[in-house]
Design a protein around this ligand. Structure first.
Ligand code: PLP
Length: 399
């Protein structure tokens, strides 16, 4: 076997990081990152597993294809896979980067891994030999997968991606039938057929109608389509008619609500599975008229204590946080003020110096409704950004 650079790097990383539970880099860290002044992420396996149960309940027990793309929405790709893999509700994992699919197999993940992206000709055989499921999403992708399978000498599992109105990836539904005719002779092992919603309330039903029409006709003509799926987290909550044979959620797994946090919370509560924390590095008193950070956006209108938390936008904390987000220290919420700079955020502590250097500040986490992902998203815009922009380099601790 030739050792590609990718194999070498991923292999070296997992060897260096393997812990007792083979959860990379998470347990028994010496010294504990939580003792130092660098920020860290805490990942809560019980919350992740709880959310799988909630999603399964909403989806009537249908299998879950867990979307762990983009570093598992910030929580750590192999970390999350290792936590979820043994759950019977989880039928497999979906990612959108070739590198991630390979990393899952290198980490020992055995359940199906679906690469929801195009693969290069050079990667095809490697992916088939690693048992990575691939999508059929372009006119020639059936041929490409068949070639890779021939090279390796074993069948490749494929999933047909239909475009019903998203216009992003997949075969347009209105020419899917003749295209299916063209791939049928290739004898590929079709495991599923799927689509994605635009999540535009009045268009989703039309998209589902298109999908049902074309898959119904295709089945009647004898095409093998495998399991049908369409619902991401939003569909799990709001489109029961789209639960089909399985569901394909991402963000809800991590304890964030996909679209309308209030109503979704009332339907089925999720547990926030991640926390972003750091220790306070500076506490000082401002005089009236002193300003804070780049641009001097904040001016003290009376003497006040402030504190500096060493987390900034490079760590994934949104710049917009100073427009209303709060940070939890010792059970009290303090507003972020001035500007979020690359590595620092400043909080207004008030008249009393009630915060000390070394106190743990929580910028995101389960500990208060004001710092849950959806609450931070109310200030910064998108809950997807809140999670997915967490810096993959942040050290992670299982709690
Ligand atoms: C990201 C993604 C999902 C998961 O979406 P959530 O809104 O996070 O649940 C499902 N399907 C596809 C194709 C995706 O790209």
């Amino acid at each position: 076997m030739t050792v590609s650079r990718r194999t070498f790097v991923a292999g070296a990383a997992s060897a260096a990081l393997s812990g007792p539970l083979s959860l990379p880099g998470l347990t028994n860290q010496v010294p504990d990152v939580r003792e130092g002044f660098d920020p860290w992420l805490e990942i809560d396996p019980a919350a992740l597993r709880y959310n799988v149960g909630v999603i399964s309940g909403l989806a009537g027990g249908r299998p879950i294809l867990a979307v762990i793309k983009n570093n598992a929405y910030g929580l750590g790709l192999t970390t999350v896979a290792a936590i979820l893999e043994d759950m019977p509700e989880i039928m497999g994992f979906a990612v959108v980067k070739t590198e991630a699919a390979v990393a899952l197999r290198d980490a020992g993940v055995r359940k199906p891994v679906l690469l929801m992206a195009l693969f290069s000709e050079a990667d095809g055989a490697d992916l088939v030999s690693r048992d990575i499921d691939m999508i059929l999403a372009t006119d020639d992708s059936g041929e490409r997968v068949a070639r890779a399978a021939r090279q390796v000498g074993r069948p490749a599992r494929v999933h047909i991606y239909l475009d019903t109105g998203m216009s992003r990836m997949g075969i347009p539904y209105h020419r899917a039938l003749p295209w299916l005719e063209s791939v049928a002779p290739l004898g590929l092992d079709v495991r599923s057929t799927f689509m994605g919603f635009t999540e535009k309330t009045d268009f989703d039903p039309e998209q589902l109608r298109r999908f049902n029409d074309v898959t119904g006709t295709a089945k009647a003509r004898g095409f093998e389509l495998g399991a049908l799926h369409a619902a991401s987290s939003n569909g799990v909550y709001h489109l029961p008619q789209a639960h089909l044979d399985m569901v394909r959620p991402g963000i809800a797994l991590y304890g964030a609500y996909p679209s309308d946090a209030e109503s979704e919370h009332a339907m089925a509560e999720l547990h926030t599975a991640v926390a972003l924390r750091a220790r306070v590095v500076r506490v000082e008193r401002l005089r009236t008229g002193d300003t804070v950070s780049y641009g001097g956006n904040y001016t003290a209108d009376k003497p006040t204590w402030i504190a500096t938390v060493p987390v900034g936008h490079t760590d994934g904390y949104p710049r917009q946080a100073v427009e209303g987000a709060r940070i939890l220290v010792n059970g009290t919420l303090y507003p972020a003020i001035g500007a979020v700079s690359a590595s620092h955020t400043i909080i207004e502590v008030g008249e009393e110096p009630s915060v000390s250097i070394g106190d743990v500040a929580t910028l995101l986490g389960p500990n208060d409704p004001a710092i849950k992902p959806n609450a931070l998203a109310e200030v910064s815009g998108s809950v997807y950004d809140v999670l997915m922009h967490l810096n993959p380099g942040l050290p992670k601790v299982l709690v």
